[in-house]
Ligand binder design. Sequence first.
Ligand SMILES: NC(=O)c1ccc[n+]([C@@H]2O[C@H](COP(=O)([O-])OP(=O)(O)OC[C@H]3O[C@@H](n4cnc5c(N)ncnc54)[C@H](OP(=O)(O)O)[C@@H]3O)[C@@H](O)[C@H]2O)c1
Length: 220
Amino acid sequence: MTENNRPTVAVIGGTGALGSGLAGRWARAGYPVVIGSRSPEKAQAAAAGFGSRGASQAEAAAAADVIVLTVPYATHAAVIDEIRPHCAGKTVVDATVPLVPPKVGTVQLPAEGCAAVEAQRAFGAEVRVVSAFHNVSAHKLQGSAAIECDVLVFGDDKEARESVMRLVEAAGLRGIHGGPLANSAAAEALTSVLITINRLYKVDGAGVRIVGKRADGSPL
Ligand SMILES: NC(=O)c1ccc[n+]([C@@H]2O[C@H](COP(=O)([O-])OP(=O)(O)OC[C@H]3O[C@@H](n4cnc5c(N)ncnc54)[C@H](OP(=O)(O)O)[C@@H]3O)[C@@H](O)[C@H]2O)c1
């Protein structure tokens, strides 16, 4: 932890569309950020843009308190294998959506239920997997503008889920608890629905908003 009580965040795949947007927002919010990449040089170049540092995937995971996974589903299992030795006792935030090209607008969840549950099984009980950010368009995260999209946050460990809610807020978004990790299937599936909506309605990155009133009449 830093003196401001902000954890060091590694963004594995932080050179990419989603990860670079999140990493930039956390860096600007004062979080120590390390970009993890297959190429440390590429990571360093990406991180320099917001005053952070780059490293290999394993080094970034080892240096962090919280590890955020923003890699394509096709490489999800391999990346988990690579960083697993450096994740014990830590929280891993998984943003992976199990899209299967070319039909990315069709829900195709894996047999185990969803990518987040696969990640938890692969990491084992020593890692607390929380999943989030499935429904936010990556290009909207670039810069600091407000984004009309809630972030559903799933996880079996309450404390870990709360810590990720703080990261969502630090990125300028509203987090909504979505319950246990198995419920991540709903948000992962919803991404394909949003991709379809984008196509059908020519929307530039449809998002989700959870609405409702609490028992005292105040809005959610
Ligand atoms: N894009 C979105 O709007 C969005 C929104 C919500 C969730 N997601 C999910 O977030 C994840 C990342 O999406 P993205 O659009 O940011 O992906 P991306 O830009 O295509 O890739 C992210 C990074 O993953 C690494 N990578 C790519 N192929 C790899 C491979 N074969 N092996 C190891 N690493 C590889 C690359 O980093 P290095 O080359 O530096 O290693 C790349 O910069 C996906 O699971 C996606 O479904 C995306």
